[in-house]
Structures are given as C-alpha cells and as structure tokens.
Ligand binder design. Structure first.
Ligand SMILES: Nc1ncnc2c1ncn2[C@@H]1O[C@H](COP(=O)(O)OP(=O)(O)OP(=O)(O)O)[C@@H](O)[C@H]1O
Length: 255
C-alpha cells in the first residue's frame, strides 16, 4: 500500500496578471518520499514552492500539510507545523560560525529563544543535537570558522543543517548543488543521500544526475501544469518528457 500523503496540492492555481504560473496542480508528497520536481526554465517550480511555503497566496486551490488545510496559514506557522525549505541564495549569518548558527536555531526550536549563547555549553541536549547535525552535514572540522570564510559547498551544507535543525517533517530542497564547484559536489550528493529517512523530501533541481540518483518519484512541470508524474524509469522513458527537454536544450540522459 502507498504511504500516506504528508503534503498535498489540490487544484492549485497562481496567476500573475495574464500569466498562469501554476495551472491546476495536483501533487502528493508521500511519507518518507524522495520526490523530485523538474521542469524547464519558467515551468513554475519556484512559484509552486512559494505557494507551498506561503510566501505567495494561491489564486485558487488548496494545500494540505499532514492532513490539515494550511492554504491560509502564515509562512512561519507552516515551518512550525513541520514544512521547511532551503534557499537557492545564501541567507546565512556571515560573522557567525556553523556551531553558533546551529546552536541558535536549535535553541530557538526548543523554546530557549535568543539565549543560545548562554545555553551553548550548558544545555547538554542542545550541544548533542548541534554535534549530530555538524557530523551529519560534514561541518565538524569547520564548526569554529566564520561562515563568510567557508567554502561554497560547506555553506550549502550549513543551509541544509539549519533546515534540519528546525526538525522538519517535510523538507523542500531547492537546488542543493547549484553553483557548487565540481570538487565539492560529491560531499553534497552524499549528504543529500544520507538525509534522515523519516523526513519526506521534495527536491527542486535542474541537475538530472542528482535527480535520478536521488528520486523515487518525479513530477514534471511544464508551463505551470503537471505534464506527467512517475518513477524515474518511467519519466526517463517518456517521449513527452524527452521532447520537452530536448526542446529546451537539456537532456534526460537516463533510462
Ligand atoms: N512575481 C511574478 N510576477 C509575474 N510573473 C511571474 C512572477 N513570478 C513568476 N512569474 C512567471 O511565472 C512563470 C513561472 O516562473 P517560475 O520562476 O516559477 O519558474 P521556474 O520553473 O522556477 O523557473 P526557473 O527554473 O528558471 O527558476 C514564468 O513565466 C515567470 O515569468
């Protein structure tokens, strides 16, 4: 039997003036899924993520998180209910270290508010959670370096660690390897592969190698609408998908 859906879009529409950026999208992310959302430039991936997170209100349609309608909920309340996203653009605190950053987020998450500096080193549970996150995201060696001096790949890892520190049930991963130099890619790919199994992940990605390595399910978005959805094998073999990608100078080179 299928795992239950943790995130659902039902008849989701977003119009900007005359442009329909999201066109009656139905999508289900299942518990523990490794689900990728792909589509050529301008297909509406970013708009869909903004609808999920609540940054944009839908023109019509509904979004359900863990069985509850969250369509009207403010973005921070969606985070609190377990849906967290990472960002394509670096939004890190340059002058803080990975340890300080994570201590702040973990403390906040545990209701210890802004007292992270006094908590750090004293609250064993916070320390242990930070250590585990630093380890999982391969940041232990650089935990005392200011973020502004970290390699780009390490900063992307820190972004993911911050997202995980929010204890998500649903993680929206926005292009985790975009712009990462070849030498730092492998570490990132391995880390994405090692994300906790109970966190359901929706990956938005242009990199087809990562999509096909990672995903057990793929949704293809074209002109704001779902073109098709299926297993990686089915998507790679789909002539419609090939046509869309070849038409945009990209390639679905797996099968
Ligand atoms: N704020 C906005 N106002 C007007 N049109 C918008 C706005 N945001 C997005 N669009 C339009 O909606 C469509 C979908 O854009 P979107 O950025 O969601 O696509 P995308 O798949 O994320 O593209 P990319 O892969 O290039 O990031 C495009 O035609 C875009 O021009």
């Amino acid at each position: 039997m299928n795992a239950p859906a943790v995130l659902k879009a039902q008849g989701l529409v977003k119009q900007f003036g005359g442009i329909t950026a999201t066109d009656n999208v139905n999508l289900e992310l299942r518990l523990g899924a490794r689900h990728a959302l792909i589509g050529p430039n301008g297909a509406g991936k970013t708009t869909l993520i903004n609808l999920f997170t609540g940054v944009l209100p839908p023109t019509s349609g509904h979004i359900e998180l863990l069985g509850e309608d969250i369509s009207q909920l403010a973005p921070y309340l969606r985070v609190r209910r377990g849906m967290v996203r990472t960002f394509q653009i670096n939004q890190l605190f340059a002058s803080m270290t990975p340890l300080q950053t994570l201590a702040m987020v973990v403390s906040q998450q545990r209701g210890l508010g802004g007292r992270w500096w006094s908590v750090l080193g004293q609250d064993q549970a916070v320390v242990e959670r930070c250590e585990a996150l630093l380890e999982l995201f391969r940041l232990t060696e650089v935990m005392h370096q200011r973020t502004e001096y970290l390699a780009y790949g390490k900063r992307r890892l820190l972004e993911m660690a911050i997202a995980l520190a929010c204890e998500p049930k649903v993680l929206l991963l926005d292009e985790p390897v975009a712009g990462v130099p070849a030498g730092e890619r492998e570490e990132l790919l391995q880390t994405v592969a090692a994300l906790p199994a109970d966190v359901s992940v929706l990956l938005i990605e242009h990199d087809m190698d990562l999509v096909f390595e990672f995903a057990d399910r793929i949704t293809v978005l074209v002109n704001g609408a779902v073109l098709t959805e299926g297993t990686p094998q089915a998507i790679a073999a789909d002539p419609q998908v090939k046509a869309v990608y070849l038409g945009h100078g990209e390639e679905v080179a797996h099968g």
